[in-house]
Design a protein around this ligand. Structure first.
Ligand code: NDP
Length: 448
């Protein structure tokens, strides 16, 4: 690694030695920026790397709420406003017991480059809480969301910071938080949150966007090898928002999806998950809030407790659950089973060792900041519609999403070629995302 880049990396490790996941995300980006830093000395002169790894602002606060027995419970709330050089901070809220500053800094950092790649004017941010909505009643979730927003409303706004959902934050949570924001501020119709319900300012296709976008991206990757999705076997991890709609788009494009999972285990359905079975999963996960194991019981297929989808034969793998869910050994198993493409639906699901294996064996590999950018891109489209006080049809939004994914693929692919690493989507995504933000930071002066 270049000495300047190494010194920046060492400084963040020294400053926050316990933030290992953030270090991983930062290292992954910094390492691949080397050719750009060498080509353009202005980035070092303007201390861009030192500044880009430091959030502009971090907000931490307490969130008291009442449980079903009337007892007061306490969680911690966060918002990381990482970089606003190219637009208002944008990035989801995650509600999960593992949420801490480390996890949110990694997610907020990734978001800077992802949002830049969409071509839309959005900066990077992320937030959430260590609150676990799993197993809570609707009333408990409502109590938590209102309390969370009582502090959060001071820090967000359509020109400042526009949060959305992430793990543990779906339509129900966004609804309560939007209600709280409206009640507190008496403001309506603004794009202060995205992922809203269709009845109160949401965009068609937003729920589908991350999963659909990921599959559109895979389609573009395959085209570079004169291949197509049709008749391919796909393994998907997760069974939440991203996984559900990745599976739906794979089915629509003629591929066969054989796995889904949750944090308890994995199902393997060799006949493929068809539309009917998928609608069962949507009902199971989004309404009944059940476990994926129930799919295996209903359709009499294999279920492996704590199992992962990566041991099964497939052409394409889509990790859509969480960070570091696919390690070096999983990657080797996928290669042995003939995988040709891996596209991240989740954020940083592949460990650095797994990425090395894919690159060594010539597997098409795309980082989440490129292949899962369809979600935030469609959030950007939701903001555009809200600003116009208008809405677009399902077909219009889907066509725009599809075109954005084609554009991201082209930008990433061409950037990798320009820096003499054709086919290296990781390098292409990091450099292309970085250049726009870094140039904007220089243009706006060093205080910005
Ligand atoms: P959801 O909460 O809807 O679903 C998450 C899924 O991943 C669930 O099936 C969950 O299982 C599983 N999961 C969570 N943690 C683990 C774990 N430690 N081990 C195994 N499985 C786990 O979240 P989303 O689908 O929205 O998000 C999934 C990923 O996609 C995240 O990395 C997120 O950051 C990323 N992403 C999401 C976007 C969006 O628009 N929603 C946009 C871009 C990226 P269980 O129910 O058991 O917890």
């Amino acid at each position: 690694m270049d000495k300047y880049i190494e010194s920046v990396y060492e400084s963040i490790v020294k400053k926050d030695p316990e933030q290992k996941t953030f270090h991983q995300a930062a290292y992954e980006v910094l390492e691949s920026l080397e050719p750009a830093i060498k080509k353009f000395p202005k980035f070092q002169e303007h201390a861009i790397l030192e500044r880009i790894v430091e959030p502009e602002r971090i907000i931490i606060f307490r969130v008291p709420w009442k449980d079903k027995d009337g007892k007061i419970q306490l969680n911690r709330g966060y918002r990381i406003q990482f970089n606003s050089a190219i637009g208002p901070y944008k990035g989801g809220f995650r509600f999960h017991p593992t949420v801490n500053l480390d996890i949110l800094k990694f997610l907020g950092f990734e978001q800077i480059f992802k949002n830049s790649l969409t071509g839309l004017p959005m900066g990077g941010g992320k937030g959430g809480s260590d609150f676990d909505p799993k197993g809570k009643t609707d009333a408990e979730v409502e109590s938590f969301c209102y309390s969370f927003m009582m502090e959060m409303f001071k820090h967000i706004g359509q020109f400042t910071d526009v949060p959305a959902g992430d793990i543990g934050v779906g339509a129900r949570e966004i609804g309560y938080m939007y209600g709280a924001y409206r009640k507190i501020t008496n403001l309506h119709g603004t794009c202060v949150l995205t992922g809203k319900g269709l009845d109160y300012g949401g965009s068609l296709i937003r729920p589908e966007a991350t999963g659909y976008g990921c599959v559109y991206f895979v389609d573009e990757m395959l085209k570079t090898k004169k291949k197509e999705l049709k008749a391919k076997t796909v393994t998907v991890s997760g069974s939440g928002n991203v996984a559900q709609y990745a599976v739906e788009k794979c089915i629509q494009m003629g591929a066969k999806v054989v796995t889904m999972s949750d944090s308890d285990g994995c199902i393997y359905d060799p006949d493929g998950i068809d539309e009917k079975k998928l609608s069962y999963v949507l009902e199971l996960k989004n309404v009944k809030r059940g476990r994926i194991k129930e799919y295996a019981e209903k359709y009499n297929v294999e279920y492996v407790p704590k199992g992962k989808p990566w041991i099964y034969k497939c052409d394409i793998a889509l990790p859509c659950a969480t960070q570091n869910e696919l390690d070096g050994n999983d990657a080797k198993a996928l290669v042995d089973n003939g995988v040709i493409a891996v596209a991240e639906g989740a954020n940083m699901p592949c460990t650095p060792e797994a990425i090395k294996v894919f690159q060594e064996f010539g597997v098409l590999y795309s980082p989440g900041k490129a292949s899962n950018a369809g979600g935030v891109a469609t959030s950007g489209l939701e903001m555009a519609q809200n600003s116009q006080r208008y809405f677009w049809t399902r077909e219009e939004v889907d066509a725009k999403l599809h075109q954005i994914m084609i554009n991201i693929h082209k930008t990433v692919y061409e950037t990798a070629k320009l820096f003499d690493q054709p086919g290296n989507y990781q390098l292409g995504a990091n450099i292309a995302g970085f250049l726009k933000v870094a140039n904007a930071m220089i243009a706006q002066g060093y205080y910005a």
